[in-house]
Design a protein around this ligand. Structure first.
Ligand code: HEC
Length: 196
């Protein structure tokens, strides 16, 4: 009996290693992310998505371990240019989802406690494969807590699960450009999840 359990554990272990090794290699045949066709982006995300959340969650980060249960705001990851030409896909927590997914352009005020988590990956030009980028996070604080950033707190998790070191002004100075949308830039129009 014991031996059987041991054998089963060995098989499970071997499968786990095989799937991890597979996930680490997601080849791409273009070097410019803007050249990747929609189907290829979807296939690439399929290949990357498990290892992404696995990496972000390595240090038990609260957002990293939760965001895949939240509401996704796009039909697939897309490359907008900002955030280092990475493919981006944003998830909204329960507090944020209703307002965020309206993608309103004026008078937007996100509720306190809203969290948006944007996962990312990019094409490694020399290795011709996709590599995981950071999980970028915005958290809405109590009114008046941080006037310079419109009460957003910016943070991030590296692909190894460790927190990103960043300056609030680095993120905010760009995001504040969308002040009528409460500093939110939203996904590209063609990939936004429709509300109908
Ligand atoms: C040069 C401009 C720029 C900088 C700097 C920047 N962002 Fe963004 N950010 C964008 C754009 C553009 C989008 C929307 C892109 C998309 O999803 O297609 C975005 C989207 C986001 C989102 C999803 C919510 C939204 O706005 O729709 C989060 C979360 C985010 N950024 C976090 C960060 C963090 C954290 C930093 C600092 C490390 C940062 N950003 C720096 C331009 C920027």
């Amino acid at each position: 009996m014991k031996r059987q359990v041991f054998a089963a554990a060995m098989i499970a272990g071997a499968q786990l290693m095989a799937s991890t090794a597979f996930a680490a290699e997601c080849p791409v045949d273009v070097t410019d992310p803007f050249d990747l066709e929609e189907d290829a982006v979807i296939a690439l995300y399929e290949c990357m998505k498990d290892s992404m959340v696995e990496g972000y969650s390595k240090k038990e980060d609260e957002v990293a371990t939760a965001y895949r249960e939240w509401t996704v705001s796009s039909t697939r990851p897309a490359v907008a240019g900002a955030h280092g030409n990475r493919f981006l896909q944003t998830w909204a927590n329960d507090i944020a989802a209703e307002q965020y997914l309206k993608f309103e352009e004026e008078g937007v005020e996100m509720p306190v406690g809203s969290v948006l988590a944007k996962e990312s990956f990019k094409i490694h030009k020399k290795k011709k494969k996709a590599v995981i980028g950071p999980l970028f996070i915005m958290t809405k604080l109590e009114e008046g807590t941080s006037p310079d950033t419109n009460d957003w707190f910016y943070s991030g998790v590296q692909p190894n699960g460790k927190p990103m070191k960043l300056k609030q002004s680095f993120c905010s100075d760009c995001h504040i450009g969308w002040i009528d949308q409460d500093a939110l830039a939203y996904p590209l129009e063609e990939v936004r999840v429709s509300q109908d």
